[in-house]
Design a protein around this ligand. Structure first.
Ligand code: FE2
Length: 211
């Protein structure tokens, strides 16, 4: 017998610790909480009172925001080059945009994807202590038939997995393909969970832009 294993639908969720952001988190927190006091925010996937800023992180002048956008771009490039060696990143600009989420007690983000992007990420600025290990987690979902997968769970193990939860950790960025369905679980802490979400896509360089 000869067996050939194929991996038809591989995916990756990447957890990245950003030591360069360690000193920036306090500044980010202060700026974000000040902004929230004077800006009503916008409605997207945020429910139950969570605050979503305008999508303008990429335009901000403060060093803490600039540094985060740059880290996201560097990570996206490195991951793409590792996962798809056939893709020539030098022919593209990686364009990023981002926004802030402040999730207060009981609030959450409904299941969603990030359309028109290649890579998305969430960076955790402030994560309160939670009583329950599921509080404030991000959960990724496979949109295949969940009922069938449940039946096969015991035998197939990880191959039948339809849901994957990760903890929010201060100073850490979680990067994932933008088309992956995900949501953010509510929490019961009296303190806010603060994160910054980022989207990025590869845009082909025009003539005159160096390859
Ligand atoms: Fe999201």
């Amino acid at each position: 017998m000869k067996m050939i294993m194929h991996n038809p639908f591989p995916t990756q969720v990447i957890e990245i610790i950003l030591p360069e952001m360690k000193l920036e988190n306090k500044k980010l927190e202060k700026l974000i909480l000040e902004e929230r006091k004077v800006d009503a925010g916008i409605k997207k996937s945020n429910l139950g009172g969570s605050w979503h800023s305008k999508t303008d992180i990429q335009l901000r002048k403060e060093q803490c925001f600039k540094k985060l956008v740059q880290s996201f771009k560097s990570c996206a490039l490195a991951i793409t080059q590792t996962l798809n060696t056939k893709f020539d990143t030098t022919k593209y600009n990686f364009c990023a945009a981002g926004w802030i989420n402040v999730n207060t007690e009981g609030s959450f983000n409904a299941p969603h994807t990030h359309p028109n992007s290649t890579w998305s990420a969430v960076y955790y600025v402030k994560v309160p202590e939670f009583d329950d290990s599921n509080e404030g987690r991000i959960e990724f979902m496979d949109i295949g038939n969940s009922k069938d997968a449940l039946n096969a769970k015991e035998a197939l193990g990880v191959l039948a997995r339809k849901r994957f939860k990760m903890n929010a950790k201060e100073g850490t960025m979680i990067m994932f393909p933008s088309h992956m369905l995900h949501w953010v679980l509510p929490h019961n802490s009296g303190n806010s969970r603060i994160s910054i979400a980022l989207n990025g896509e590869f845009v082909k360089k025009t003539k005159g832009q160096s390859a």
